[in-house]
Each structure stands twice: as C-alpha cells, then as structure tokens.
Design a protein around this ligand. Structure first.
Ligand code: ATP
Ligand code: MN
Length: 464
C-alpha cells in the first residue's frame, strides 16, 4: 500500500477508504476504551488524529506508543466527530518503527523555550515551531529562484573558497591543509606556496566580485549560497555561516536597483502569505499577533528612498528633540542598528532605502558620486531587523576604480581579473546582497537569527 502524507490525508474527502500513514507521535491520550494519537509527519503544521480501539490492540502493545515514537498506521478515513479536526483515521493496523523513552526524550508535551530548543537543535525540527519555520525557509528559497527565473536572471555559482580578501579583511575563515602544529616559515611569515592552493585562501564573505563577472556576460545573474564571516559579533542578527542572495545586473543604475530590491522582497513576502498560510498563522498566534499585518503592510507600500545625509539630519533632529541613542549620530560614520530602526519604525513607519553613503565607510567598488564624498550605495532597512539588504551601483570607470582600490590598499595583483571587466566592455551595472536569514527573521517574526537556520554557527558554537 502507498503511504499518504498527513497533509494530503487531512484534506482528503475519500471517507471510508483505507490509508497508510507514517509519522511521529505528538501525543497519545484517551480513556479506558479508546486512545487518540496525534500523528505528524512534517508535511504540515497539523496532525492527523488516529483513533485506536484499546481492546483490539491491547494495552501492552500500545504502551510504547508515546510522544516521539515513529509508527505506521493503516486505517479508514472518517469524518471526525471530535472538535479540532475534520477527519480522523480509525486504526486497523499499527507498526512501531522506533520508540522514544519518555524518561529521556527531551521533547515532551509542555512548551519549551526557544533557548532550550537551541541546545537540542538536532531534535527541534520535530516541534511545531521549527517545523513551521523550516517549511517557510524552503518556500522562501523556492520563491527566490522563481522570482529571478521569471525575470530572466541566471543562477550563477560563485566559489566558496577564495584567494581574494579585498572584501572581508579580518573577518575571513582561513582554509588550509598546512599542518598547524608544524608551520614552515620564511623570515617569520608562513610560506603558502606549500599550501593546497599554493596561496592563502579563505571561505568567501560574498560572491559579488565573481557575480559581476557573470553579469558582464549573461546580463542578469544571482547567487544563492553560503557565506562565512568570522565577525565576533554575538548579536541576534549575525551568524558566522549564513546564506546570501546576490543579484548582479548589467545596464541598470541605482534607481532600478532599488526597484529590483523592493520588488524582490515584496514577491517573497507575497509568496509566503500565499503558500505558507497555516505555518504563518501558527507563528502569529504563538509569538507575534501583528506578524500578518506587518507582512501585508510591506507588500502594499513603497519603500521610502532617502539619502544617508538626509537620514542623518532626521536623526540629529530627533536627538535635539530628546531622543536618546546609545551611540552618537555623526555624519561619516556607519549607522547603528538603533539608528536604522528609529528611521524605519518611528519616523517613517515604512521600510527605508538609504542611499549615497560616505565613501569612507563603503567598499572600493561602489560608484563614486560627483560630490567627491559619497558613493551610490543603498541599504534597505526593515522594521525590527535594521539592514536586510546592502548594495550599490558599481564603479564602471577603470581609472576611478583603480585609484579607489589603491587608496584603500587593495593591490592590483589581487584584483586584476575583476579590473578586466572595466578594461574590456565595461558598462553601468548594479547589484545587492540580501541575507537569507534576515529575510526569514522578518517573514517568520522570530527575533533571533539562530532560530531561522537549522544548525546555527556562531562564536564558540558549531555543534550538530
Ligand atoms: P551588518 O552591518 O548588519 O553587519 P553588513 O553591512 O556587514 O551588515 P553586507 O556586507 O552589506 O552587510 O552584506 C549583505 C547582507 O548580508 C546584509 O544586508 C545582511 O542582510 C546580510 N548579513 C551580513 N552579515 C551577516 C551575518 N553575519 N549574518 C547574517 N546575515 C548577514
Ligand atoms: Mn556586518
């Protein structure tokens, strides 16, 4: 007999027909005569109710069917008389695959805190909350590929191991096969010519530079892959290993880039509202009853577009009027998350795209404005999260880019291949990076980034 997924069985109208279901027991309750097993197989937030005639199976057989046990059930689908479900299965046959000793199985019926569940990340996908989150995570990945595919962009795979460190100096994880207990040194420095790649290498902090190479040939590309940053910031918004989506587009300037970013996020959020309704409703009910409204709001409103300088002015005015920030607001420095959130949550009450940042705080490849002070950067700022996207129009002028790289001490010998895009057939182009887990924070309403990735990597933590 073919197994049916719980999600299909609970929607089925085939009353009186036989079904085979397999899953894990969420709860078993009942009385002397009947037992009710709530069975979940991960296909939906909802369980299916299995009705068991105790006499038919015997107490000894039923005893090990406790929370967490894996079972197969054959039985007839009927309309449910009880409250809370529309259909149920009347069990004819039960096979027990694996038991879960109630004395040691950590996921019992009572609600566990998210902190506790982080310590048992190997089991937390079996909870309602994490089942919902990871189904939404999957759906968002599908939304992302769908969005770009429909727009004619190509999924471009950029390397994970890189020998260029011009983006992430100081926050890269080194990759080496050298024996760390026995390092050969020349005049005090390590000789990488004996290392695997014959050069010092690290895990990528961004696929952008290689992404640009793709865009300058295929027109529009996007990357979607793991990204690594050894930044020691133990915040609810930073992971050491996270996933990033980086579209890179030839022939578009900053305004179109902003439009693309807005359309992209709105598409993903709409997708979630349409395809993850039950999971979102569950999360809204459990954690955040404003979640659905917040999601709808973002899909229905344009994002505010504002220059960094205007943003700083607004913040300075706020300070004059008594607003207290932990960090000072100074033109020329990076905005702190508290500043970004003030603009989004209190001042505009809408997502904000800040543009034209001081060149000193941004990367060498961003297009320089005529004022000599700012570059065509754009950060998309979101409620509760702060920065969700960082991007820019890229400097397409060979001489300007070369000069800026030199000013920022990036040797030409490391980026000659990147410079070649400006040497041969250069053109205006733009792109951005969206942190996948930051998007998921927004969509799920979770507040800690460790709760939207199955197995988080953070400072001093790489278990599982
Ligand atoms: P932040 O200021 O928040 O650290 P950033 O300026 O370092 O971000 P970018 O280098 O522009 O970010 O990276 C692009 C996007 O990747 C960010 O907008 C964010 O969504 C995401 N991102 C950056 N660092 C992390 C991280 N450590 N963990 C998760 N997502 C991240
Ligand atoms: Mn950062």
């Amino acid at each position: 007999m073919q197994r049916t997924r719980v999600n299909d069985a609970i929607k089925s109208q085939s009353f009186g027909e036989k079904f085979l279901l397999k899953g894990w027991v969420r709860t078993r309750r009942g009385n002397k005569n009947v037992s009710f097993i709530a069975l979940n197989d991960g296909s939906a937030i909802d369980n299916i109710q299995i009705v068991v005639d105790n006499e038919k199976f015997g107490e000894d057989f039923l005893k090990p069917i406790t929370t967490g046990a894996a079972i197969a059930v054959e039985g007839i689908l009927v309309k449910s008389q009880g409250k809370g479900q529309t259909v149920e299965i009347q069990a004819d046959k039960i096979d027990i695959y694996g038991t879960a000793d109630p004395d040691t199985y950590p996921l019992q019926k009572k609600g566990h805190t998210l902190e506790f569940l982080r310590e048992i990340a190997h089991l937390r996908p079996r909870t309602n909350t994490f089942g919902a989150i990871f189904r939404i995570r999957h759906n968002m990945a599908i939304a992302i590929h769908t969005f770009f595919h429909q727009k004619g962009f190509y999924y471009f795979h950029t390397p994970i191991i890189t020998s260029s460190d011009c983006e992430g100096a100081g926050q890269m994880f080194q990759v080496t096969t050298l024996d760390l207990n026995n390092l050969e040194k020349n005049n005090g420095t390590i000789d990488y010519s004996n290392d695997f790649f014959g050069a010092s290498t690290a895990l990528t902090v961004s696929g952008q530079l290689e992404g640009e190479l793709g865009a300058m040939a295929l027109g529009g590309i996007y990357t979607f892959g793991p990204t690594f940053r050894a930044e020691n910031s133990n915040t609810p918004r930073h992971l050491a290993e996270f996933w990033m989506i980086e579209p890179e587009v030839a022939f578009i300037e900053i305004d179109e880039n902003m439009t693309l970013a807005q359309e992209f996020i709105q598409f993903c959020v709409c997708w979630a509202l349409e395809n993850c309704t039950a999971d979102l409703n569950f999360l809204a009910q459990m954690y955040d009853n404003e979640l659905i409204d917040r999601l709808k709001f973002v899909t229905e409103n344009d994002f505010v577009r504002l220059s960094y300088s205007k943003g700083v002015e607004i913040l300075e005015n706020a300070v004059e009027n008594g607003k207290k920030f932990e960090y000072p607001v100074v033109w020329g420095t990076d905005l702190q998350s508290e500043h970004e959130r003030y603009l989004v949550e209190e001042h505009f009450k809408k997502p904000v795209i800040l543009t034209d940042y001081p060149k000193e705080i941004k990367s060498f490849y961003m297009k320089q404005n005529d004022d000599g002070k700012t570059v065509r950067a754009m950060d998309v700022l979101f409620p509760k999260i702060g920065e969700i996207i960082g991007g820019s129009q890229r400097e397409e002028d060979f001489e300007k880019l070369k000069l800026r790289a030199e000013e920022m001490h990036i040797p030409q010998k490391d980026i000659w291949w990147y410079m070649d895009t400006r040497r041969f057939g250069t053109a205006p182009h733009s792109g951005f990076g969206l942190g996948f887990e930051r998007l998921l924070l927004f969509v799920t309403g979770m507040t800690n980034i460790r709760d939207v990735i199955p197995f988080p990597r953070t400072p001093k933590n790489a278990i599982f």
